[in-house]
Design a protein around this ligand. Structure first.
Ligand SMILES: Nc1ncnc2c1ncn2[C@@H]1O[C@H](COP(=O)(O)OP(=O)(O)OP(=O)(O)O)[C@@H](O)[C@H]1O
Length: 242
């Protein structure tokens, strides 16, 4: 095994992954620099989610290496990968998936409460993020009483509250109206930049890739230098359907 370059917080080499024999990643290599916002784009089914799940230690690639700083994630035991995900990484998916019995601030504070932070400190941190995301006024509301865009902001607050080293955002605006989605993404990227949080953002939307420092494109599980017009058209059609 060869250790990754020093300036990459996350580094992957020749990743191959198949879901039950169906190939999703084919020899994908990439590096993510500390504090960078990296967009991963590509048409539907191109392997974006699978790549983020391999990089974040949720999936172990069948071939290839994933390194976080100087730690090889691909050879870690399942409990160590779980600890890494809990302590250093955060994840935002297309749907907010909040705990229905908890209100907005309790949902946002959850990772801190589970890590043993005091109730007072966890609440203060959660409230600060909810305010920054313009939903401080909803802090006592439960998820059912919030709009989808507000729920997704709570999920963003929950992902930022631990100030992770790397935030993985898998199409976080997919379930939102275009304006809401762009606003949530802008707030997320601004917050990440101010706290030097590295972001790996999977998105179908070209406008959202403009918020990133750099873009990596996938087609059929392989890295390509850029998307051809037909692939970009496919992506635009997909954007309209969400
Ligand atoms: N759990 C699974 N079981 C079987 N095949 C899967 C599974 N997850 C993904 N795939 C397949 O792997 C390929 C890559 O899927 P992936 O979800 O990583 O792509 P994606 O670019 O994130 O797509 P989307 O934009 O639709 O989310 C696709 O062909 C998909 O059908």
């Amino acid at each position: 095994m060869v250790a990754p370059p020093d300036n990459d917080v996350l580094w992957a080499r020749s990743l191959n992954y198949s879901h039950n024999g169906s190939p999703a990643l084919d020899s994908v290599s990439l590096g993510v620099r500390e504090g960078e916002i990296l967009a991963v784009n590509g048409p539907r089914g191109s392997g974006k989610t699978t790549l983020l799940r391999c990089l974040s230690g949720q999936l172990v690639p069948q071939e290839g290496e994933v390194w976080f700083n100087s730690s090889p994630v691909h050879t870690m035991s399942a409990p160590l990968r779980e600890q890494l995900r809990r302590d250093r990484f955060s994840w935002i998916g297309p749907e907010p998936s909040l705990v229905p019995e908890l209100n907005a601030w309790e949902n946002a504070a959850l990772p801190l409460l589970m890590n043993g932070s005091s109730h007072r400190a966890a609440k203060a941190a959660a409230m600060e993020w909810l305010e920054r995301l313009d939903i401080g006024g909803c802090a006592r509301k439960r998820p059912y009483a919030l709009y989808q865009a507000q729920r997704q902001r709570v999920a963003v607050a929950r992902a930022l509250v631990t100030t992770p080293a790397v935030l993985f955002a898998d199409e976080p605006a997919a379930a939102l109206h275009l304006t809401d989605g762009a606003q949530v993404l802008r707030t997320l990227t601004t917050a990440a930049r101010s706290h030097r949080i590295t972001v790996v953002l999977a998105t179908l939307d070209e406008e959202l890739t403009a918020l990133a420092d750099r873009t990596v494109s996938l087609v059929d599980g392989r890295r390509v230098s850029s998307l051809r017009p037909s692939e970009a058209e496919g992506r635009a059609a997909c954007s309209l359907s969400v």
